[in-house]
Design a protein around this ligand. Structure first.
Ligand SMILES: [Ca+2]
Length: 444
């Protein structure tokens, strides 16, 4: 979108700048931002180190070289963060924490008008967009450029619904601010920021769609990384290759870095709809009874039933009833799914979400390692959407996005008793599977 068109939209009193393809438009803007750089001069932080390569999503601590790629006529946008000069409105000494490619560190601004970062791009470059990752509670933020008089004008705006977001800059931008949206006074808590050159937005830049209004497939899991550890090629195959609307629902939100790792993993798998998290604490027990003692059966069933009604999946997939390796949290997930597929179809059960979303009858429900009506999934077929990689290879790549988990013994295993290929059809409204190799058999 050009600067002229953005300004026209501003004058019309309604900003409809999207966070990217398919993302939700920002809400109406009620106040025009014309803030000048007030108060004491900001503290400066130049992105240190050599000009950086674009690391794989989730990589940490690496800087490398610039690669110019072209796709047809258009040049692919490059990460130019390391070449830019960044200045914080306040607390600049710790600004480097949002430049270190480490999801456990973040820059926290002060509240109010000094929640901004000014960016100058090097001579000969222009910036095309900005991607940010928040530590927690993303909020409305904006991009601003200085007008002829030096006043800052909003040229990009988002309500800030996602922990990873992208905003586009007007053509020819060389100096801009990443700032609170007009009227937003809360502090920034920015885990990472990346500045991108003008050009086609790279595939790795996350541009989330809202959670699904109608899901084809709902994957219900307990923790961040379960989505690939136990379900292997499920998401790469159905979200990435077959373009199914896949909604991931997770009971335990975990820390901020675990949520960012999850987003990297899901994006790697080709998931486009933003996941949702329940409010369960990350507690380990070794039995269903003990885990329900922590979380409450009523609370979990209410949550899962509400998700089923909200997302209306044709296919629901979840954990092994024995908890994969005995984890009570996984056992609860499977147990709650088995109960909630019945509860969700009854208007008498959990009437609040029945009233809000209507009831829903899930057509097929699969459990990992369920022994009745077994299916064995083939995760070895090359997928066009991933340049010929198999879904198993993509799942393993996605698992590597979980940087904090790489020193554990967990791996995406496709053999042995916990193989990510083995499922069973627990419930079906469309008859038993015959071929037994496609979660959508009899649905298409
Ligand atoms: Ca960081």
């Amino acid at each position: 979108m050009t600067a002229r068109r953005i300004l026209a939209a501003l004058l019309a009193g309604l900003v409809m700048i999207c966070t990217g393809a398919g993302a939700e438009p920002a809400g109406p803007m009620t106040q025009r931002e014309t803030e000048t750089a007030a108060g004491a001069p900001g503290e400066s932080e130049t992105a240190a180190g050599a000009p950086g390569e674009v690391p794989a999503a989730g990589a940490t601590g690496r800087s490398a070289f610039i690669v110019r790629e072209t796709e047809g006529e258009a040049e692919i946008s490059r990460d130019i963060t390391a070449l830019c000069t960044l200045t914080a409105g306040a607390k600049g000494a710790t600004l480097k924490r949002c430049l270190d490619r480490n999801y456990k560190t973040y820059w926290r601004s002060v509240n109010g008008a000094k929640a901004w970062i000014e960016v100058s791009v090097p001579e000969g470059e222009t910036a095309g967009g900005v991607s940010v990752q928040w530590h927690e509670h993303p909020h409305a933020w904006s991009l601003q450029t200085a007008d002829g008089t030096g006043k800052w004008e909003t040229v990009g705006l988002t309500e800030g619904r996602y922990l990873a977001e992208w905003l586009e800059l007007p053509e020819g931008t060389t100096r801009f601010r990443v700032a609170n949206a007009p009227g937003e006074r809360r502090h920034f808590n920015l885990t990472e920021i990346r500045i991108w050159s003008a050009g086609e937005t790279p595939k790795e830049v996350q541009r989330w769609r809202p959670p699904a209004e109608k899901a084809d497939l709902m994957l219900l899991v307990t923790h961040s990384d379960d989505e690939v550890l136990w379900f292997g090629g499920t998401l790469p195959t159905y979200a990435g290759e077959r373009d199914k609307v896949c909604q991931v629902c997770m009971l335990v939100p975990g820390g901020g870095f675990r949520r960012l790792e999850l987003l990297d993993s899901l994006w790697t798998c080709g998931v486009k709809n933003y996941p949702v998290w329940g409010g369960m604490s990350d507690a380990y027990t070794d039995s269903l009874r003990k885990q329900y003692g922590r979380w409450s059966r009523e609370r979990v069933n209410n949550l899962v039933t509400g998700w089923i009604r909200r997302f209306r999946p044709d296919v629901l997939i979840t954990h092994d009833v024995n908890g994969e390796y005995g984890h009570g949290g996984h056992q609860v997930c499977a147990d709650a799914a088995m109960q909630s597929v019945e509860l969700a179809s009854s208007i008498q059960k959990f009437p609040r979400t029945a009233k809000e979303y209507g009831t829903w009858d899930v057509k097929k429900c699969y459990l990992h390692l369920w022994e009745e009506n077994p299916v064995e999934m083939d995760w070895d077929q090359p997928l066009n959407a991933f340049g010929g990689k198999t879904s198993l290879e993509v799942a393993r790549e996605a698992f590597r996005c979980h940087t904090s988990q790489q020193r554990t013994h967990y791996r995406v295993r496709d053999e042995g008793p916990n193989s990510c290929r083995l499922f069973g059809l627990y419930r079906s409204l469309v008859g038993p599977d015959e071929a037994g190799n496609d979660f959508f058999e009899h649905l298409e």
